[in-house]
Design a protein around this ligand. Structure first.
Ligand code: ADP
Ligand code: MG
Length: 292
């Protein structure tokens, strides 16, 4: 039989937009001392826009954007959608073939006979490429402004770079502040570059930042925190968050999350408001206080 407290809290949780998939996860939530947030799509809107383009010598910015737009056409990633949108606004986007995506790295495709790759710092490193000097000033400026920098590689050489800026959710700062007020530490994990991560973290007052984390390693971040004696709630939205959501003491998937994230979480928030984590905590305290 379901204890009465649980039955009541389930009705209450439904009204608060909290779907409890695993009652033990809800019970553990009140003991959590660290909340680890995914950045992109969780603390930020995950709807970035292209905020800058730069071309290497011998290329034009239009060309760089068109090649990138073509290569990203078949990607579901928010960065890809922003690039395709921006490329379409500037002119016709050529067709691409042989699309291949590398989770947390970038994409590859053939565009009019040219091998094109678009990706972050990890992809440049993997290919043993370094940034042409002509792009350095632009990418440095973009990075210090907290933008995500991607490089466009064509036929094995860096053709240019793009800046993508994502907006921090207006509710994120309050979510962090309220967790702090309850004595909970706040950490953030992201596959994104260190500079972007630090810019977001310092705006929000996040205590600990894990940046440039490969998708497969997000769950090792959870394991490390647990190894240091912390009880961890992980909050995320993406496919790449699923193993970390499953590993955490409490996995919380946010509203607009992917199916895989939702499947791996013990608790699902109906909305994509990060303050929902605090509601889960409150619900956990209210539901289990009397039962110990
Ligand atoms: P997060 O962990 O913050 O949700 P992701 O793991 O989805 O971010 O992506 C991490 C990094 O991988 C991005 O910042 C980018 O450098 C690169 N990346 C991922 N997908 C793409 C793509 N479709 N095109 C270009 N770069 C990508
Ligand atoms: Mg994400």
């Amino acid at each position: 039989a379901i204890p009465l407290v649980i039955a009541i809290s389930t009705a209450k949780s439904a009204r608060a937009g909290i779907l409890v998939k695993d009652r033990l996860a809800l019970e553990r939530m009140r003991q959590v001392d660290t909340v680890l947030f995914d950045k992109t799509g969780t603390l930020t809107k995950g709807r970035p826009a292209v905020s800058g383009t730069a071309a290497a010598p011998g290329r034009t910015e239009e060309e760089v954007l068109a090649l990138a737009g073509a290569a990203e056409s078949d990607s579901e990633h928010p960065l890809a959608k922003a690039i395709v949108r921006a490329a379409g606004e500037r002119g016709p986007v050529p067709r691409a073939e042989g699309f291949r995506s590398e989770t947390g790295r970038g994409v590859h495709a053939t565009v009019g006979g040219t091998e094109v790759s678009v990706g972050g710092p990890g992809m440049l490193a993997d290919r043993g490429l370094s940034e042409p000097a002509a792009l350095a000033q632009a990418t440095r400026d973009w990075r210090s402004a907290g933008a995500t920098v991607l490089h466009v590689i064509a036929d094995g050489a860096v053709a240019g770079a793009l800046a993508l800026a994502d907006e921090v959710r207006p509710e994120s700062a309050e979510a962090v502040r309220d967790l702090h007020a309850r004595g909970v530490r706040v950490a953030m994990v992201t596959g994104d570059a260190r500079n972007v991560a630090d810019a977001v973290a310092s705006r929000l007052g996040v205590d600990e930042v894990f940046a440039e984390v490969r998708p497969d390693d997000k769950d090792s971040v959870v394991r490390d925190l647990q190894g240091r004696g912390h009880a961890v709630a992980m909050v995320g939205d993406g496919v790449n968050d699923a193993p970390a959501l499953a590993r955490a003491d409490v996995g919380v998937a946010i509203g607009a999350g992917t199916d895989v994230a939702i499947e791996s979480a013990g608790v699902v928030l109906a909305s994509d408001d990060p303050r929902g984590v605090l509601s889960v905590r409150t619900l956990s305290e209210a539901s289990y206080r009397k039962m110990v």
